[in-house]
Design a protein around this ligand. Structure first.
Ligand SMILES: *[C@@H]1O[C@H](CO)[C@@H](O)[C@H](O)[C@H]1NC(C)=O
Ligand SMILES: *[C@@H]1O[C@H](CO)[C@@H](O)[C@H](O)[C@H]1NC(C)=O
Length: 356
């Protein structure tokens, strides 16, 4: 079975090259791949705030930048300087917002998805409460670009990606009904009020591309910009939405996942890292099949490890699975940049880095 390549006492993330037949029902489309990575670990620790959900790198390759509890966007300046403030999500932000207290979120905002447009240096921010925001390359107070579409207010702005060629911004509102602290309700009630949207910086208009989605979350454009992928957390899938060509506007399933997907990041090779908040659970009130019971039993016997991310090929095949090493960890984003894997989590007070 799997070869354990590296185990650490930190987040406990272990990357295994595994034949998943034992663990996961989707293993039939899984290529085995021995990977020699996750060498050294560095932990970029936050102090008063927590929850680096998304990670972005600017056009000079600097960063990561991340949005944290309290509403700030921070920049990692290297070991010497650590995290410094880069931007805030509102001009009238209060200092008392700088805490990890979730109950203040609706007042202070909560930056989730982040992405740069490299040509202009603008950083786009999906703030769960304040909507789609943008801030220039020097940082400062972000300006609000949109907080509603077609008359419907955003209640849970979440993922964002930018077409580096056209500058168009794609983003999600996970739910019209539920806000971030109630995300679990959105998932268990099968709430399908999420939307996938596009913001055009030239016309400053928002177009709704898809509505009625079960918790749309992270977004990533394909390398050629012909389609985008979005994580559909409520259905444990990654969905492909065509933006160009004969199938423009059509949607298809790109991958079924062993957990609830959060952010998606394309790698320089054109593959995708999908972070998983948690392993898939049966939410339909005891309707577990005999097959599922058997799989769960074997999985528990094999190891109390949970998948926290998958790497997908350009075609949606699972190439690699990242396991949590037995520690329950909720991962929000996995980004491969500058020869390292960077892991963000909406719950943890740090970003974890593994050298490739
Ligand atoms: C922007 O450019 C930097 C430096 O080349 C690169 O690391 C980063 O991935 C680019 N961002 C995007 C979204 O393409
Ligand atoms: C937004 O979410 C809040 C909290 O879950 C809810 O009370 C409110 O009704 C939602 N807004 C809409 C328009 O559904």
């Amino acid at each position: 079975m799997g070869t354990k390549l590296c185990s650490t006492a930190s987040l406990g993330l272990v990357l295994l090259s595994i034949m998943l037949a034992l663990l996961l029902p989707f293993s039939s489309c899984h290529e085995e791949k021995a990977i020699d990575k996750l060498e050294s670990v560095e932990r970029l620790v936050l102090t008063t705030v927590a929850g680096p959900e998304s990670l972005a790198f600017d056009r000079r390759g600097e960063g990561p930048y991340t949005g944290v509890s309290g509403g700030r966007i921070l920049k990692w300046q290297g070991k010497g300087c650590g995290w410094t403030g880069f931007a805030v999500n509102a001009g009238n932000r209060k200092e008392w917002c700088d805490t990890s207290d979730v109950s203040l979120e609706s007042m202070c905002g909560r930056p989730l998805g982040l992405q740069f447009h490299n040509a202009t240096g603008v950083l786009y921010v999906a703030d769960a409460y304040f909507g789609l925001l943008a801030v220039g390359p020097k940082g400062g107070a972000a300006r609000r670009l949109a907080a509603s579409a077609d008359g419907g207010r955003f209640n849970f702005t979440n993922g964002v990606d930018v077409d580096q060629g056209t500058g168009e911004v794609y983003f999600t509102d996970s739910s019209t009904r539920y806000q971030r602290p109630d995300y679990i309700l959105s998932v268990i009630t099968g709430d399908s009020t999420g939307r996938l949207m596009k913001y055009d910086p030239r016309t400053r208009k928002v177009t709704v591309l898809r509505r009625g989605l079960p918790f749309p979350n992270g977004v990533a454009l394909s390398g050629d910009g012909n389609f985008l992928l979005f994580a559909e957390t409520g259905s444990c899938r990654v969905v492909k939405h065509w933006l160009r060509g004969p199938r423009t506007g059509a949607m298809e399933v790109f991958a079924e996942l062993p957990g609830y997907p959060d952010n998606i990041r394309r790698t320089a090779r054109g593959e995708y890292w999908i972070a998983l908040n948690r392993e898939k659970i049966n939410l339909n009130g005891g309707g577990i099949t005999e097959d599922e019971k058997a799989t769960e039993g074997e999985a528990a016997a094999a190891a109390a490890e949970h998948p926290v991310a998958v790497r997908l090929s350009r075609e949606g095949k699972v190439l690699e699975v990242l396991l949590d090493g037995g520690e329950s960890t909720s991962v929000s984003e996995v980004a491969e940049e500058n020869g390292a894997i960077w892991i963000g989590s909406v719950e943890m007070p740090y970003v974890e880095v593994y050298k490739l």
